[in-house]
Design a protein around this ligand. Structure first.
Ligand SMILES: [Zn+2]
Ligand SMILES: [Zn+2]
Length: 372
């Protein structure tokens, strides 16, 4: 059976942030969790599918391999991604990580549990950046403007007017969660009174209206290395939204969108150029100069060149960003039939036709028989 695309399984787009992927997985995992769907093999299958997808898309390195090489990349032995080892191990470690607190799974020590509620990581953010093909070829530094959230500078993120402090939520005792026992599991739900914050603010900060956050706009320099491709993502650690209550900040993802060029194309790491030549250049050969991203290149057109012949200039393609090496410049030669031919040209072509007819007598008589 063909494997379903991991993004499709999780119902997220290819540009989704880690936060979005995690959220979507969490939803599916809760819906299809075997303990909630006993004796339902379809749900079990969906649960496994979602967990496998998350074990890849939730991990930057594996996601990158999947984006670039698909399932085959993940199955490649040499890189240490054989399915048998990593899926079986990490489904359950990821699972424990995400759902442990919800189902009371895993061996979480109580200190770790408390840390989880005390601090919270800021969200990841994504910014799409357009590059020209030339910029992707050479690499470039650009400044992007990140619009993100940070803690309110008046109340320091507490949400309480300076001089006052938030009260501990009475309903959940400050944990933000209400736990209930259900069968073997203890199910935890977000406290409805404090919405999971564990705090009740009776005197909200005037600047942020009690939510503790404000907008933060920052210009960030981003270095795009030579060879980046459409759809590549660069992660800038710690430039996402500020964490809550001292939690780590999220990350900034730069999603690269390479615009089409009217002269050059990219295929893998090769740079492709179509060179139009006329009949006489094709027959006699020529040397043609073309303007490339790195300067002028002389293309040698050999005599008796056929249409679509490819001339390869080694090592002048895109730099391979995942390892060493470079692609090539491939010049595809197109022999173009002349238009608007003059009387003089016609005379020469007629003369040429006579010579060519004599050269290929057999062919021309045969073709006359067919078409007449
Ligand atoms: Zn405030
Ligand atoms: Zn509460």
């Amino acid at each position: 059976m063909a494997k379903k695309d991991y993004y499709e399984v999780l119902g997220v787009s290819r540009n989704s942030t880690v936060g979005e992927i995690k959220q979507s997985y969490r939803k599916l995992a809760l819906k299809y969790h075997p303990d909630r769907n006993q004796g339902n093999p379809e749900a079990e299958e969906k649960f496994k599918e979602a967990s496998e997808a998350y074990s890849v898309l939730g991990n930057d390195e594996k996601r990158n391999i999947y984006d670039n090489y698909g399932f085959d990349g993940l199955n490649m032995g040499g890189r240490g991604f054989s399915t048998s080892s990593f899926f079986s191990d990490s489904i359950f470690s990821d699972f424990g990580d995400i759902l442990g607190d919800l189902f009371g799974f895993g061996n979480f020590s109580s200190t770790r549990k408390n840390e989880r509620y005390r601090t919270r990581k800021g969200s990841d953010i994504g910014i799409e950046v357009d590059l020209t093909l030339e910029e992707a070829y050479k690499g470039i530094e650009k400044t992007v403007t990140a619009h993100r959230e940070k803690n309110c500078d008046v109340c320091n993120g507490t949400g309480a007017e300076p001089g006052t402090s938030p009260d501990v939520c009475m309903q959940c005792g400050g944990t933000g969660n209400i736990r209930r026992s259900q069968g073997f599991f203890s199910i935890s739900t977000t406290c409805s009174m404090c919405n999971g914050s564990g705090k009740i603010i009776s005197h909200p900060c005037k600047k942020c209206k009690g939510n503790g956050r404000m907008e933060d706009i920052k210009d960030i320099k981003v270095i795009f290395p030579p060879g980046v491709d459409n759809g590549n993502r660069l992660r800038i650690t710690g430039e996402g939204e500020e964490g809550f209550d001292g939690g780590r900040p999220g990350d900034l993802y730069i999603i690269i969108n390479v615009k089409e060029d009217d002269k050059f194309k990219r295929e893998g790491n090769n740079l492709i150029y179509e060179l139009n030549i006329n009949f006489s250049q094709a027959a006699l050969g020529d040397e043609v100069k073309i303007k490339t991203f790195y300067g002028t290149e002389k293309i040698k057109v050999p005599s008796e060149t056929q249409n679509e012949k490819i001339v390869k200039i080694k090592g002048k393609g895109f730099k391979n960003i995942n390892s060493w090496g470079k692609g090539d410049l491939l010049v595809i030669i197109k022999v173009v039939t002349p238009t608007n031919i003059s009387r003089r040209e016609k005379e020469i072509y007629k003369e040429l036709r006579e010579i060519e007819n004599k050269k290929s007598k057999n062919f021309s008589t045969e073709s006359k028989n067919i078409f007449n």
